[in-house]
Write a protein of this length. Sequence first.
Length: 70
Amino acid sequence: MRKILSPVAGSVFRIQALVGSRVAVDDEVMLIESMKMELPVLADIAGEVTALLVAQGDVVKEGQPLLLLA
């Protein structure tokens, strides 16, 4: 299992990768809104999303786990 972490503090604006979906390296899995900017969260490995650890609208801290890839 690999955790994908939030690159910045902010709120979850949109989740693009759902549980069960396959992602490739550099696929956008989520958007984080921080200081009125939308910042993409990219997969750093290929795999299948096994768990979402946040929901749309959640406030997250920098480094917080967002989802799990297997």
